[in-house]
Design a protein around this ligand. Sequence first.
Ligand code: GLC
Length: 717
Amino acid sequence: MQKVQLKELLEEMTIDEKIDQLLQLSADFYSEKAEERTGPMADLAIEQANIDQAGTILGVSGAQEAIRIQKEYMAKHRLHIPAILMADIIHGFRTIFPIPLAIGSSWDESLVKQMAEISAQEAAVSGLHVTFSPMVDLVRDPRWGRVMESTGEDSYLNARLARAMVKGYQGNDLKNDFTRVASCVKHFAAYGAPIAGRDYNTVNMSERQLRGKYLTGYQEAINAGAKLVMTSFNTVDGMPATGNKWLINKLLRKEFGFSGVVISDFGSVKELVAHGVAENEKEAAQLALSAGVDIEMMTSCYAHALKELISEEKITEANLNEAVWRVLVLKNDLGLFEHPYRGADVAQEKMLVLSEEHRQKARETAQKTIVLLKNQEKVLPLSKEETIAILGPGTTSQDILGSWSWQGQKKEAISLHTGAKQYTNNLLYANEIYDYFEPTQKAFDEAIELAKKADKVVLALGETDWMSGEAASRSDIRLPQSQRILFDEIRKVANKVVVTLYNGRPLDLSVLDSADAIVEAWFPGTEGGQALADILWGAVNPSGRLSMSFPASVGQVPIYYDVDSTGRPYEVSPQEKYVSKYLDESVYAKYPFGFGLSYSSVEYNGLKLDKQTLEVGEVLQVTVTLNNLSEKATRETVQLYIRDVVGEVVRPIKELKAFHQVEIAAGKSKEVQFEIDESMLRYIHRDQTSRSDEGLFECLVGPNSRDLLQKEFYLNK
Ligand code: GLC
């Protein structure tokens, strides 16, 4: 539709029709079964007219159902305006990929883009138009359950992967390419920093830290063209994001130049009352609309109060029109006026969803997200000749999709046991299913007996999917007690113990200190158990690098690699008493950001800079040589960090600024090059502007954020 027609449409709409365009209701309001509608309707105290005119619908799935709902909806709508169908496709639609925290450990933008493309294809053919992804909240506290949904603790890595996801979801022609969906970046802003790691809790940080660390991912997603932004549940400087005029109207819309749709999170408009910044739903509606929130998800403050607020001149009809206009533009950008069913296609859906090709891509993705944390005396990879006992709750578990796998079906997931049979029949495994929390004595005894008979034990441990995700914070981030006991007892009788982990957060793995090997598989998705077996039996050389630090214990949390320097840095004088440290714990992560082993051994040396002083407008060439000392080809993620030694404000001891993934053949060497320019040295100053200072910098290059070669250079301005 031409813009002029859209304007005419807006003018033709009644005020009730406009207000309902800003209402998002869940799919059960459109269910064919009336009884599924009445409950939710009563909860929201809305009328059938609101339902018939609600501008967007949450959580419809299946081409047939999407077509039915859209057809009935448009027939009922006086102006036949189509609805937008939105849902959470976070890491796959029906073919489930590894969770985003695992995806972050791939450091592979093209892989991430492909994941988004496949997710969009399956979602679009099933009738959906928008996904509430990527979630780009920076995370530094593994107690928070939603770390599983983020690509980790580094704003630079998050930004690069966020761009890849938006491009994968949206493609280049959203209006005509019906294999794509619009991307909604979330949760704006800084939802990943709740005090004490407790979901929905207060967020408290300076504007400078917000701008310098937490906003980068959202900005990059918006620069990549994300069509929507979702506000977060938390406060930003004492004001909930969903009612925060500074955050939305000033920062997002004016400073970032975002002109698309802003949607609240589920119920977060009404929650302004619970936060204590609105007396009632009417004040909540006024706050949210004035702040710039266009769509109210699953509460009815707008539906109940906007008309009155306009008549009392507390908001203007122009405010209302602006919000409705953005929703109509989004519908037009999706091509919905001409093609209200867009990509929905029942026949195509049967062929495309969970296709073998998609499964294979999910398997390849999972292989590249798995992180080898420990491999003592090369106990891995396993060989066909060895008798392997696969024990513990993860052996046959199909609970490997993660908590945001919505349409994913656990019964379609490949377990580790099934995957292992591709490689060997020389397997011992228990007949009894081993419970994650309360195994039977029989299962326990059987496991111990089998452990004695095996050459090596693969002990599959971890979390269940409900232990991470939304409203799933944990104060104790160790493995469940029964699993810790199982490990201790098996350790006593087994020859070699390889622990594999399914989990949605960095865990305190101190109980596993005596394990011979530890393999972090996260929640690896529909093909996860197969990918894990591919790694264990050496068909694939592990290449994952941690997207988030693993603490030595929860007492260190929040822990992350890019810490600011302090006045008494531990690193400088670790023996000193009066330095920043603990009496009872290391100051370092157990496994740091960017860490991961492979079955190869790669030496980094010969770090060279082509100049000592960098001038503005120039480029400083960085070269490092990698030697693969092993007989196995490998994939290395070479990481470049920079330290600004003296700043206007305290600066981090290092920050990731670039990375390259390189394949190195067995026994070969490879030279890897980076370029540093002045823009990479900029940071947020006290006046909230981003610029660089001249002076001394350190260039640090290596396989992770800890083991780094270092050279100094100067920036001259
Ligand atoms: C949830 C989540 C958000 C999700 C939305 C719709 O509460 O916070 O990430 O997109 O509701 O399901």
